[in-house]
Design a protein around this ligand. Structure first.
Ligand code: AR6
Length: 178
């Protein structure tokens, strides 16, 4: 499903973040060390190959809410934006830290003149952020940024399961209706 807001296409698909050739950058739901892990980080590092972790090492550690950008190596993208989401119930205030992830990722995309970016549901896996709450933070963060965007033409959300797809699609419909 897709919609256009302020001349920027907002799209939601079910799929694997490590196989999104139509976006300039994918966002990694990283760990502080920017090391290969499980979930999104596992998929991104295994497809990118070991050079990705070599580039990441001197950039680590990062704090919750922070984002850094690297090359994408074996991934079908130009860049990876690595972001450390908050661990739910531990890193506080969770909503502000999660919002910083999305805001800082958009900022890096803009600074690098990227035209498209693909986001996973940061913190909603191993880090335990409830998906219903996370999707609210995502859209409450992204929408106010749209008027400031100069380069990005497309923001894509790549979700893993049917439940996530439904959550994003109903939020997108709600926004599109206005
Ligand atoms: N493509 C798209 N979405 C995915 C994929 C994939 N290949 N794999 C999982 N998801 P997670 P976090 C969904 O755990 O919560 C790592 O080990 C998943 O269903 O990857 O930020 C890191 O090293 C969930 O909705 O990220 C960190 O230690 C969402 O993506 C830690 O986990 C995020 O799940 C980060 O935890």
């Amino acid at each position: 499903m897709k919609t256009v807001l302020q001349n920027i296409e907002i799209e939601v698909v079910k799929g694997d973040i490590s196989n999104q050739p139509d976006v300039d950058a994918v966002v990694n739901a990283a760990n502080a060390e920017l090391a290969p892990g499980g979930g999104v980080a596992g998929a991104i590092h295994s497809t990118a190959g070991p050079q990705l972790y070599e580039e990441c090492k001197p950039l680590a550690p990062i704090d919750p809410g922070e984002a850094v950008i690297t090359n994408a190596y074996g991934l079908p993208n130009k860049h990876v934006i690595h972001c450390l989401g908050p661990v739910y119930g531990q890193d506080k205030p969770e909503d502000q830290l999660l919002a910083s992830c999305y805001r800082n990722s958009l900022k890096l995309a803009e600074e690098n003149s990227l035209e498209s970016i693909g986001f996973p549901g940061i913190s909603t896996g191993i880090f335990g952020y409830p998906k219903e709450q996370a999707v609210e933070v995502v859209f409450n963060t992204i929408l106010p940024e749209l008027p400031r965007i100069k380069h990005l033409k497309r923001i894509k959300f790549i979700v893993f399961g049917d439940k996530d797809l439904q959550l994003y699609e109903s939020k997108l419909k709600e926004i599109a209706v206005g």
